[in-house]
Design a protein around this ligand. Structure first.
Ligand SMILES: [Zn+2]
Length: 110
């Protein structure tokens, strides 16, 4: 629920902050919000999708029980991270921690 509220708030801010006026060779143009916001939103969605695909291919290790797991696409797409460590809930022990990538942690298949 927090993520949905935060997403709505950020989207509203994005739409309100993107309208602007452009000066081009002594002429002034009013740029509507959607000319800026829609490409930014599309770019963000594409980057989240690509990031989720790449991250869900990797194997992560739970620091508590050493269980190795592959995060789901959706969880990978929205997970917090510090460097390559990602914040996941371990499927075995249920602990939420920053998990490291396993040394041989990449799957070949998608
Ligand atoms: Zn665990």
């Amino acid at each position: 629920m927090k993520k949905i509220c935060l997403s709505v708030l950020l989207s509203t801010l994005l739409f309100h902050l993107t309208a602007c006026e452009v000066h081009w060779f002594d002429q002034s143009y009013e740029v509507p919000w959607y000319v800026i916001a829609i490409p930014v939103a599309l770019f963000s969605v594409i980057m989240f999708y690509i990031g989720g695909k790449i991250i869900s291919k990797k194997t992560y290790v739970c620091p508590v029980c050493r269980h190795q797991f592959h995060p789901s696409f959706w969880v990978s797409m929205v997970s917090l991270h510090v460097n390559s460590d990602r914040y996941f809930k371990c499927p075995r022990c249920g602990q939420k921690n920053f998990c490291k990538i396993a040394r041989d942690g990449e799957r070949d298949d998608l």
